[in-house]
Design a protein. Structure first.
Length: 395
């Protein structure tokens, strides 16, 4: 069934998925999301046994008993590596997903919802990872996909979308959501991104994200803290929900603190927490961290930070860039937004306990990809040594 986060005593049937939040608790100003609830007593006791992957498959399919029906075929999403950057600091590398971002976990579930309601296709407002992922899973399921993108969409994302034969419609930012609503109302396409004044998103979306917590648990148990790049807060909430389910299933008493990592260009969750609000609106300043910049937050983020005893960390582009460089030196090429978890970790004091930073997507998704071209040199040893000396490599 679906349960209101605005009032957990309010329940709805699982079908149809509620794509505009809880109709009984939401107002014109604040929209409260719903989440999917399960009969946890029926979960198999060996579902989290390491050997269980041999019988249930890998990725999201392994966790099917704790997910909404996976009616859409998968692309091998999930099962991403946890890399130890240094003692007690781990990077969950979500760039290893099929379209190189965490959004694949979400879109396996939301596209399954579209299949479940016999929609002719899906529609999404996105200029980045979400759109690319939605287009891929729609193609895999044999559905049409319409993507309302911003006018400054990165070339790499544009290429991604067109490769999957999505209908790509770049429009001014403010026009994307009203046009998306018309596509839903007039053409019957299933929305897989937000349609409400404060963020609710799709009821099934965070269910895909919670499998990140399951995988972390199998690798290292429950960490002391998880640092999550945060725009709307769906990923943050999904990971938090996964850990709370582990406790509900009797697998752990411990829960991590959740750190939401927002850019200084727009930090609506930070403002909501400061003011004690379920969500907030803020002005948006220029930033290269386009994947996590948002003018509005949602109640899911408040729940995750508040209930976990965590906090919101606000980061400059310079801090994000420094974290990107640190990850690259460790062999991990990440989008600027993806480095927010590590950037936030470098600003707080954590006691001696394991922590996980979520790295959400590949550096291929950055806007500045292709803007830097290495200058050619003459094929002479003197020129080679000059370039090597400048790089700090000496005889």
């Amino acid at each position: 069934m679906q349960r209101s986060l605005g009032d957990p005593a309010i329940n709805y049937p699982l079908w149809p998925p509620l794509t505009e939040g809880c109709p009984r608790t939401s107002t014109n100003d604040i929209a409260y999301p719903v989440e999917v609830d399960y009969d946890y007593d029926q979960a198999r006791s060996d579902l989290f046994s390491p050997a269980d992957s041999t019988t249930r498959g890998t990725g999201l399919d392994r966790w099917a008993p704790l997910l909404p029906p996976l009616a859409a075929p998968g692309l091998g999403e999930g099962g991403t590596p946890l890399i130890e950057l240094e003692p007690q600091v781990f990077i969950k590398d979500e760039s290893r997903n099929p379209t190189w971002s965490h959004k694949d976990r979400m879109n396996r579930c939301t596209t399954s919802a579209a299949v479940g309601v016999n929609a002719p296709g899906i529609v999404v407002a996105s200029s980045g990872n979400h759109g690319a992922s939605a287009a891929a899973f729609a193609a895999r399921a044999g559905l049409r996909c319409v993507v309302f993108a911003g006018p400054d969409m990165p070339l790499a994302v544009d290429a991604f979308l067109n490769a999957y034969e999505a209908v790509v419609l770049p429009v001014p930012w403010a026009a994307r959501w009203p046009l998306m609503q018309q596509v839903v109302d007039r053409l019957g396409l299933h929305p897989v991104s937000n349609l409400t004044p404060t963020h609710t998103g799709h009821a099934f979306g965070p269910e895909g994200y919670k499998t990140i917590a399951y995988e972390i648990y199998l690798d290292i148990g429950v960490p002391g803290a998880v640092f999550v790049p945060t725009g709307y807060g769906e990923l943050l909430f999904g990971i938090w929900k996964g850990f709370t389910e582990l406790r509900r299933l009797g697998l752990t008493e411990r829960l991590p603190r959740m750190f939401a990592c927002e850019p200084t260009a727009a930090a609506p969750l930070a403002q909501a927490m400061r003011q004690g609000l379920p969500a907030a609106h803020v002005a948006v300043e220029p930033t290269d961290a386009y994947s996590i910049v948002s003018a509005v937050s949602g109640y899911r983020g408040v729940v995750a930070v508040r209930d976990s005893g965590g906090q919101v960390v606000v980061l400059s582009d310079e801090q994000l860039g420094a974290a990107c460089s640190e990850l690259a030196r460790a062999g991990l090429w990440t989008e600027l937004s993806s480095a927010a978890g590590l950037a936030a970790l470098r600003t707080v004091e954590i006691r001696d306990e394991p922590v996980v930073c979520i790295s959400t997507s590949s550096g291929f998704k950055d806007r500045n990809v292709g803007s830097r071209k290495t200058e050619s040199i003459a094929p002479e040893w003197g020129e080679v040594m000059h370039r090597l000396h400048n790089a700090g490599i000496h005889e």
